[in-house]
Design a protein around this ligand. Structure first.
Ligand code: SF4
Length: 259
């Protein structure tokens, strides 16, 4: 007779099943195409609380204005805020970007992207997370995006979509995205975390939406533990399909979309 599973093993297996099914549903494998730590950090800061399109335009405007990261680190905050205004929260984001560049240069002696990436890549994941989150304005989600997209670390950054979906599914029960990040981390199958992050964001935007989720055509319905799913399934419109065509941070960072 098989030994009874501990709750954490059962949750790990359910999480793995959800990750497999989401990957098949989205049908868009994540292709690692690393941008540098600085590019990813700046793009992630710019992506906060704005649309994908405006975030991408702010990033492109910034790259067109400053030709090196050292030049940008020495720029005035007002000048930077003016360049990225289209992305919203320009004062706050310009402060964070300048603080991040100056902190990295002070700590590692360079903003050369190849040297800096190779220096940081020698460090353990938690050490880099601690360093980046010590920069004023850089939170755990931003830091983990940098580790995932620039350094290829096996993490699942948690934004509002990821937080909402994994809580509804019952994989975690936590009150904040940061708590969700720490609870989710040991549950994920090895080398599947980045794909899971990308899949959850798409799924959270188009199916398991904050308002009126599409439980009526959800591919995870039988794996979901949310109390309200039956009510939303009954209220649905069978046959309608999720819309796609969004841009994710990982798309913005692709080299041919940065120029
Ligand atoms: S059944 Fe509904 S709440 Fe559950 S994962 Fe699917 S869309 Fe989200």
């Amino acid at each position: 007779m098989p030994k009874p599973q501990s709750p954490s093993n059962a949750t790990k297996q359910r999480t793995a099943a959800i990750a497999r099914r989401l990957k098949a549903f989205n049908g868009k494998p994540y292709l690692h195409n690393p941008a540098s730590v600085i590019e990813t950090l700046v793009a992630t800061i710019l992506s906060q609380n704005t649309s994908d399109r405006n975030s991408a335009r702010a990033y492109q405007q910034l790259r067109a204005t400053w030709h090196s990261w050292d030049e940008l680190a020495d720029a005035g905050q007002a000048e930077l805020a003016a360049a990225i205004r289209i992305g919203g929260l320009a004062q706050q984001k310009s402060r964070t970007i300048l603080a991040a560049l100056q902190a990295l240069r002070q700590r590692h002696g360079t903003l050369d992207t190849t040297t800096l990436d190779s220096t940081l890549d020698q460090l353990a994941t938690d050490a880099i997370l601690a360093e980046l989150t010590s920069i004023p304005g850089v939170g755990l989600k931003t830091a983990s995006c940098v580790l995932m997209f620039a350094l290829g670390r096996d993490l699942c950054a948690v934004d509002t979509h990821v937080h909402r979906v994994v809580n509804r599914l019952g994989i975690v029960q936590s009150s904040t995205p940061d708590k969700t990040f720490h609870t989710l981390r040991p549950l994920l199958p090895r080398n599947a975390a980045v794909q899971f992050h990308v899949d959850l964001i798409r799924f959270g935007r188009w199916v398991c939406k904050a308002q009126r989720p599409h439980c009526f055509h959800c591919p995870l319905y039988d794996l979901c533990q949310w109390d309200e799913r039956e009510q939303y399934a009954a209220a649905g419109q069978p046959g309608s399909a999720p819309v796609s065509g969004d841009i994710l941070l990982s798309d913005i960072l692709r080299p041919n979309s940065n120029n």
